[in-house]
Design a binder for this molecule. Sequence first.
Ligand code: SF4
Length: 449
Amino acid sequence: MSTTTTATQPTPAKPVFQRETTAGNYFVANYPPFAFWKKEAVPDFLAALEKPPRPHVPLGLYTHIPFCRKRCHFCYFRVYTDKDASAIRGYLETVLKEFAVYAGKPFVGGRKPKFVYFGGGTPSYLSPDQLKFLTDGMKKMLPWDEVEEVTFEAEPGTLTDHKLQAIRDLGVTRLSLGIEHFDDHILETNGRAHRSKEIARAYAFAREIGFPQVNIDLIAGMVEETEDKWKEAVAKAIELQPDSVTIYQMEVPYNTGIYKQMKAEGKLVAPVADWETKRRWVDYAYSEFEKVGYTVTSATTVVKDPAKVKFIYREGLFSGADIMSVGVASFGHLNGMHYQNHHDFDPYLEAVNSGQLPVYRALEPTADEHYIREFMLQLKMGSVSADKFRKKFGKDPREQFAKPLQRLKDWGFLTNGGDRIGVTREGLMQIDRLLHEFFKPEHETGRYA
Ligand code: SF4
């Protein structure tokens, strides 16, 4: 018997993050953060459009539809609930004019789009005629014959059978239903426009007419959420057998109705579950889906059949594809530059109708920043291949990110996988705050939660 004792190293304590949900943005959607995109960089962005595309970079399209029936209390997007048919027609005509400017620029270089995304707002707020007008115009300028995926976000209460058929006929391959919850009281309390009956009807018809992929969105931690109601929501979602499910943890940015209410009442903590509870609820949902054969493919997604269900838009966004974004407040990435359009309706319309692109801020990330961006975004999918990054950027991420990876390892959030750098389930449930470990110090404006 050995009498040797090994001195054990104390495990570095996990960082103590904020527990309560307070006001602020939690999700890391891009890098460098939007606060560093500047109007001074717009001329460089315009110059980048005049160059041919970078080799082997696919082109995708994003079109922003900023209309909704009603503003949800947790919504932080710029949406309009007061536009009539003629204002909407004017908007769509403007979007097509903006599209035409891009379609004629050298950066397109003869490429045809590989994926198309309609986001909002509520794209399904548009009528079948308005949708046809928009998509016919887009297809005329950049044909969709090489498109592998068309995603369309929909609010269940806007979907009639006729409209769903029209959406299917446009070539949509993934219908993304913003269900958020199945409980009518929670839907109403949070300001959603739809109710459970509309979900059931829209889902059944979407299935009947054969969309290749139906995704449903849920939110963990809406106002008045409880353990029991969340479990019921997960059970109902499983019953539907969607192809994929996206689950967000409720955040409360400053421009939401919930924050306005907090401010009026002098409250610092939002009236929603704390972060630990939200993570536990998402983890519960994932475990229940796993029991019936689903696979967790990112911090926010479970998929029924990963061999069949792809997320081409997400893969493009996370790996540096060109994303030509049009519409008010939309943001995109072209020829190595980030850009964002005017936030407000009138300045957006005025810019395009006076013959300019409506871009109000841009940024050219450095080579290092591109590397950080892609690494961070791909880590949201649970793991990345070191080899893939070495081939693309000429540097091994295990060396490039030695210090932050060591911290994640010390805290118990990293899995050991040779070529694959992966995070544990516990790490994945809080990935957005862990990603700040990879930020350059000058980009850290304070992590939230
Ligand atoms: S439907 Fe979506 S975009 Fe529209 S108000 Fe609600 S959260 Fe915002």
